[in-house]
Design a protein around this ligand. Structure first.
Ligand code: NAD
Ligand code: ZN
Length: 336
């Protein structure tokens, strides 16, 4: 089969022929229809320090996908050939304390699709049946292909009660943009979004931001707006430090952004302002997925976050536009 492979330990990805995955009795084989590029894929493409220490070479990557089932293992009972599906890319151990107490998003033995095992940028992908999520008919393929990052945004945005609150979101990348839309939909009073990229701040306005701040021009310290809840979705040290300095007393901070280096913050702010900090990793299994489908089916409209579409043969253009950052979500279509 065709797959987008990290075949050399250097920047780039290469379309190559690899074997179709064989499935275990509890697994499902999916023919991939539509995929999307995640920031993680870009790290792997660019072969940064994190990718160098994490990704086995050669391996094909990708974890944001929708497709249809073409084969089920003999122990799989509830999934049928032909069903349209996406899936949770974090494969958990089922045995640890967190897994056995309904908190498998906190499993310390998580294996990542397209990170630790062959991924979905391929004609076929295998996943354990427990990770498969059936896609309701009224949700289009392109939205189902971005369930994974939408789930990250939902997990982050629903960490604290936003109704009637002023919310600050640092970073208007795809996850920050979707969190903006969710905050608006849920009923936040003010949604203040910061970035350093005008293209993305304009998108944030489209997606419901009441105020946008380009922190290159207007430092957060000089902004009048107060906020009680902050969603850190930039992975930028300065963004976190200023966010914590400026949040109201008793504020709550959900942290999704991943920092490339160690970050120091002023702990006096955390202590004397009585802040709550919560780290977010992936999606709650499967509460976030349940809420995501309900939000989408009740009218949450996130399609403006999808700004670019390419056929998989043009994957290079997709990675180029991702690297330029002048984009939201980038779709790669595998349909013939
Ligand atoms: P992204 O890199 O596309 O978006 C980050 C945005 O932050 C960019 O638009 C960038 O211009 C902006 N930014 C940079 N400096 C800033 C500053 N000082 N103030 C405000 N904004 C600034 O990433 P994304 O796909 O939207 O993901 C957001 C973050 O979440 C990334 O760090 C990513 O690695 C991380 N992530 C975490 C998880 C998890 O499970 N914890 C999952 C997926 C992504
Ligand atoms: Zn576990």
């Amino acid at each position: 089969m065709k797959a987008l492979v990290k075949s050399k330990p250097e920047p780039g990805l290469w379309m190559e022929d690899v074997p179709v995955p064989t499935i275990d009795p509890h697994e499902v084989l999916v023919e991939v229809d539509v995929t999307a590029i995640c920031g993680t894929d870009l790290h792997i493409y660019n072969w940064d320090k994190w990718a160098q220490k994490t990704i086995p070479v050669p391996m094909h990557i990708g974890h944001e996908f929708v497709g249809h089932v073409i084969e089920v293992g003999k122990d799989v009972k509830n999934i049928k050939v032909g069903e349209r599906v996406s899936g949770e890319g974090h494969i958990t151990c089922d045995h640890c304390k967190n897994c056995r107490t309904g908190k498998s998003h906190l499993c310390a033995h998580t294996v990542g699709l397209g990170v630790n095992r062959p991924g979905a940028f391929a004609e076929y992908v295998s996943l354990p049946a427990k990770n498969i999520v059936k896609v309701p008919e009224d949700i289009p393929d392109e939205i189902a292909a971005i369930f994974d990052p939408l789930g990250n945004s939902i997990h982050t945005a629903l960490s604290f009660d936003l109704i009637g609150e002023s919310v600050f979101i640092s970073g208007a990348g795809p996850t920050g943009l979707m969190a903006t839309q969710i905050a608006k939909y849920i009923g936040a009073k003010n949604i203040i979004v910061s970035d350093v990229n005008e293209y993305r701040l304009t998108l944030a306005e489209k997606m419901g931001a009441t105020h946008t701040i380009n922190v290159l021009q207007t430092p957060l310290d000089s902004v009048e707006h107060e906020y009680d809840i902050a969603l850190e979705m930039s992975g930028n040290a300065y963004a976190l430090q200023t966010l914590i300095k400026n949040i109201s007393h008793g504020g709550k901070v959900a942290l999704l952004g991943i920092f490339p280096e160690h970050v120091s913050i002023d702990w006096d702010n955390v202590i004397f302002k009585g802040l709550h900090l919560k780290g977010i990793y992936g999606r709650e299994m499967f509460t976030t997925w349940h809420k995501m489908l309900a939000l989408l089916q009740s009218g949450l409209a996130i399609s403006p976050v999808i700004t670019h579409h390419y056929h998989i043969d043009e994957y290079q253009s997709g990675f180029d536009i991702m690297n330029s950052r002048n984009c939201g979500k980038v779709i790669l279509n595998w349909k013939k």
